[in-house]
Unconditional design. Sequence first.
Length: 254
Amino acid sequence: MSQRVASSPHPAVVFDNVRFSYRTSPVLKGASFTLAPGGFYVLAGANGSGKSTLIKLLLAELFPNEGAIQLFGQDARSFKSWQHVGYVPQQAPSDYRRFPATVFETVRAGLYAESKPLLPYRSAHRAKTLDALRQVGLARFEQHLIGELSGGQFQRMLLARAIVAKPKLLVLDEPTSNLDDDSAQALARIASEAASSWGTTVLLVTHDRARLPRLHASMLVLESGTIQEKPLNTTKEEAPCSSTCSCSEPSSPA
């Protein structure tokens, strides 16, 4: 299975007329798009448009009511090669930062699929971990506890953990929402370099395109439950939501 993904001639992701609702609240109304291998894509849309729901569907945390989703030519429902997918959440659970792990240990955990039962990690894993930390500018923080990091540093650490195994697909869910402009642009550039250097397919989700640097990327806009392709730097930018914004996606049933 792993080799099939690594050498797959298929698109990294295909959404084919995907429909999804939370009970009677429709979110996706026939969304279709394709992510080509090695492409860099920005998925934009206003808060509440359904971006987080789309990511959950892509990661097989939810399943569509209608339509089909494929990862590297395999149905998402039966896809098993998740070691080839890197993911950076919008925000880690609040208690995650209290876990007594170092930055190095946390990033190295991204190589778990390569480890062996009696010899979990080798010198090659250490080299890969240090390289990932250098890429995100955290090399001198390797022995810091993760709770000692600032918000921007913590998000870069999560990115390092996601890229340490050089995944074939990298999904970033609003990774810049809690960062200052410089950190947001740096993170987006690192993700772009992953696409150009390793042939990784990158999907970066945002509601605030204005904070991204100019990138060689394709734009997907989620609006009214469907996906439209638009130029990245010539489309009118959405204004960031204010701190008092109350818009949200429909909640999934408990």
